[in-house]
Design a protein around this ligand. Structure first.
Ligand code: GLP
Length: 242
């Protein structure tokens, strides 16, 4: 594991640099992308690298971690909409290269199987970006999700619904279900960037990186990944035993 601790801005820059390096060494890289407030600064830096002519995303393919059930792409709270706003509209990635879970699919189980198959057909994810929920969830893999899980439908926990309600007009509007890559899908990525910010997650960060590996803390599985880069701002790292 490589661990970088710095200011929020330093983390945004350094994490984006890892992505730029990846695309420079393999222009047709397959990226796994994440939503949430944490990666926004990193996405700004990734878009800047394109504007500066440093890299092109024209051959990159992307798969996002998750999507709410029932929200269409054009819904402002859908993760697709988020990605378009914070990254896709600012880079030269062709629309056909963006694969996304469709939370409005009539057969959700089939949609999950399609996603797994597409990831495999692309040769697997080269670099997966990953944030973390307050309860240690990755993607929408809530506590007690089996480490063997592939892309699947989840019932969101009350704590996640509450935490994510800040993006909606009210808590009632947060969908109760989502589709997410599974923990096994995530762990199959050749390299993972794990990015956490803020004092509110400091205790979970300690459990994730220095506690037992357990489905009770889904992100703790990352200790087993052979190519993990961790980026923490000073607050998120404040409870680590260094
Ligand atoms: C959601 C997403 C996760 C993300 C988490 C943290 O639950 N499904 O992929 O890591 O939010 O979000 P934030 O970075 O805003 O704390």
């Amino acid at each position: 594991m490589r661990l970088f601790i710095g200011t929020e801005e330093e983390c945004d820059r350094r994490a984006a640099l890892e992505v730029v390096k990846q695309i420079k060494s393999k222009p047709d890289s397959v990226l796994g992308l994440a939503t949430g407030s944490t990666p926004i600064g990193m996405y700004r830096n990734m878009a800047q690298a394109y504007r500066d002519g440093e890299i092109s995303y024209s051959r990159v393919r992307t798969f996002n971690l998750d999507e709410y059930v029932g929200l269409a792409k054009k819904h402002p709270c859908s993760y697709y909409y988020f990605m378009r706003e914070y990254l896709f509209k600012d880079i030269d990635i062709p629309a056909d290269n963006i694969d996304f879970l469709d939370g409005t699919a009539s057969d959700l189980a089939q949609e999950c199987a399609r996603y797994e198959e597409n990831i495999e057909n692309c040769g697997g994810i080269d670099l997966q970006l990953l944030g973390m929920g307050h309860n240690g969830h990755i993607g929408f893999n809530e506590p007690d999700t089996p480490f063997e899980s592939l892309t699947h439908i989840v019932e969101l926990t009350e704590s996640t619904i509450k935490a994510n309600s800040r993006f909606f007009d009210s808590e009632e509007e947060v969908p109760r279900k989502a589709l997410t890559m599974g923990i096994k899908t995530i762990m199959h990525a050749k390299k993972i960037i794990f990015f956490v910010k803020g004092a509110a997650k400091a205790e979970v960060v300690r459990q994730v990186l220095q506690g037992p590996i357990t489905p009770k803390v889904p992100a703790s599985v990352l200790q087993l990944h052979p190519n993990l880069c961790v980026f923490l701002d000073h607050d998120a790292a404040s409870k680590l035993n260094l």
